[in-house]
Design a protein around this ligand. Structure first.
Ligand SMILES: [Ca+2]
Length: 90
């Protein structure tokens, strides 16, 4: 099992290598454009971040559990940004 730090690190690498800003990455993965990342959208993000297929589903659930502050089951921009801020502080 990958540590949370490893996962966030891979997400950061994906964002910095493929996007100009975290906003751009968020908009890219928000496929249905509702301003929130649902579980399927997060799984796609994890795929792009080269997270192993077998654990993507579980990790996306963990990320939602950890960052979904309002309990919507989705990650909105503020929640996404707090995850990103957590990475950049390290
Ligand atoms: Ca969405």
């Amino acid at each position: 099992m990958l540590s949370k730090e490893t996962i966030l690190n891979k997400i950061q690498i994906l964002i910095t290598h493929h996007f100009n800003t975290p906003e751009e990455a968020f908009a890219f993965f928000d496929k249905d454009g509702d301003g929130k990342l649902n579980k399927a959208e997060i799984v796609k993000l994890l795929k792009e971040a080269e997270i192993n297929g077998f654990i993507r589903g579980m990790i996306s659930s963990n990320l939602i559990e950890g960052y979904d502050k309002d309990g919507s089951g989705l990650i909105d921009w503020d929640e996404f940004k707090s995850a990103i801020d957590e990475i950049s502080e390290k």
